[in-house]
Design a protein around this ligand. Sequence first.
Ligand code: NI
Length: 145
Amino acid sequence: MQRITITIDDDLLETIDKISVQRGYASRSETLRDLVRDAVTRAQPTVDREASCYAALTYVYEHETRDLSRRLTTAQHHHHDLSVSTLHVHIDAHDCLEVSVLKGNADEIMAFADSVVTQRGVRFGNLHIIPSEHSTDHPETQSHD
Ligand code: NI
């Protein structure tokens, strides 16, 4: 094992401590290890990375963070081939919620999602991948003749 030092918001640390007590973890480190394991598992979904799929990418960002709105829009334009539609909600004076529906191969979608959610000022990033192969060869979807 290695020891690392991280910087974390007071509010987030308070939430982590609450989770730690609620679930009965022995220590803050054990709580963080489990939360990170969970995130790592979700970051490497067991999908065929070459397969065609749909995905919903959701995230919250501070539109006042310097240049962030422009950078996110530029990222979307650079991947216009993946972008089906984006819903934008002004949550309050500072935060925006965006839901992007994407279509393409899983590898490209994951790379694009990573480039968005890892930007400074982007929070609650989540990618939900929906394999689309079932829509083409599933018996129930075939028309009757
Ligand atoms: Ni907005």
